[in-house]
Ligand binder design. Sequence first.
Ligand code: FAD
Length: 489
Amino acid sequence: MYDVAIVGAGPVGLFLACELGLQGVSVVVIEREAEPGSTYRVEPLGMRGLMAASLAAFYRRGLLGDLLGLDEVPDVDQPSEPQGVGHFAGMMIDPARLKVESLPYRLPSPAPEAMMTSLDHVEGVLAERAVKYGVEIRRGAAVTGLTQYDDHVVVQAGDDEYAAQWVVGTDGGRSAVRRLAGFEFVGTEPMFTGYVMQAELADPGKLKSGFNLTPNGLYLTMRMDGHIGMMDFDGGAYDRSQVPALEHLQEVLRRISGTDVTLAKVGHTSTYTDRAMQATAYRQGRVLLAGDAAHIHSPLGGQGLNTGIGDALNLGWKLAATIQGNAADGLLDTYTTERHPIGEWVTDWTRAQVTTMQPGPHGQALQAVMRDLLETADGTAYIYGKISGMLNRYDLGNECLLVGRTAPEFRLEDGTRLADLMDGGRGVLLDFTGALDGIQLGEHFRYAAGPARNDLGFEAVLVRPDGIVGWAGDADRNAFEQAAKRCFA
Ligand SMILES: Cc1cc2nc3c(=O)[nH]c(=O)nc-3n(C[C@H](O)[C@H](O)[C@H](O)COP(=O)(O)OP(=O)(O)OC[C@H]3O[C@@H](n4cnc5c(N)ncnc54)[C@H](O)[C@@H]3O)c2cc1C
């Protein structure tokens, strides 16, 4: 019997597999596709944006170099220059208006603010690491059955059965695990159908490059690779079981772009909608959900993958501690209480963009408001702060606004970084004054003392194994011991 069976070797399932493997948990990942690297996961259709909070997580697990394709991640002590950091409803954030160092609680980090990559590349990096941790990846059969018992779960995939203490469904937006385990999945129906296609245009000069918000929807062109995206406000009426014909795609593109552009050739095409839903709880007995299996929404603003990585980061250490018998009381329940509000936020964030983009005077009025805001430094900082994931904050019952957020990349005067202390998967107590010397936090936290290059006004900071600040403030021994006890028994 495995400790955990993860269903779906997408980026979220594999990130979770690494988190569990790092903690010494036995894991099998069951994946429907026989081979990785389908057309929809490699460039251009598989292109995805990773944002600051996700990249900080890759960095802290020693995975950033592989992601960036570098042997060594350069040691940076200046805020990184943000480039191409995203959009709201197709309205681009201007990096020139963004001063990352002026955002609350940000410190220079070697992890970039954002990067474009492909699902296939992310999955490759994570699968390699997972295998090093002893994770088994079984490909080529979809999970079609699931039975829960008091102390384990059995899943069926093809002719094989897998028994595990816990099952996590990371099998995407149409999750079989979600359906089989009876999760409630609620939200709103779509306003548009989205298309992504590889296409050649007879007359490319008729379209503009980049994101183009028009009175009839949005189109996006990436000239270099013939990759075109469209969002058509049809109320989600297009029958997505059909592969869209060239004539249909051309009619939609002409209507949205307001041109008579001609599609000469269309290659692979995929469709999606802005259906925005999430599971009412992320756990049913011994079955948990993460990533798109737990929440779906439109890709506007590039949040789905980033939110899923946040789920995996939050769940990994909690599930491992539960299995190993050293979790604080109720720790696993905090997976839902911490992540569900983030899922709620992300579905609302995409709904707000859909409403802003809708054709007609109401949408146009909202667009004007948003354009005005995006022309200000404060408006830009607000929107960017949100999509970077760095403003996400769990309510850990502390008024300090740093507590519950991704820890800034603190650095001690001797050059040690928070990331250097975290790649073993333990939490860290940073004691900038040395006043907490001898504190009893148990084996799950490392202790590092010494003045910080920038302590942001704190005497000490407790960072949980997922890189979230569990406590920060004066060197009050009792407060830090209590915060550690809320994590581990
Ligand atoms: C056009 C587009 C652009 C996007 N851009 C961005 C972006 O820039 N940034 C961002 O953060 N997000 C973006 N997203 C969203 C992002 O792609 C998803 O949120 C992300 O892929 C979710 O990862 P996941 O691992 O949860 O699920 P998936 O990537 O869907 O992976 C699920 C895995 O489970 C497998 N599987 C499914 N069913 C079964 C089964 N029954 N048994 C076994 N295996 C199964 C699948 O084969 C797959 O490998 C975009 C989405 C789209 C459509």
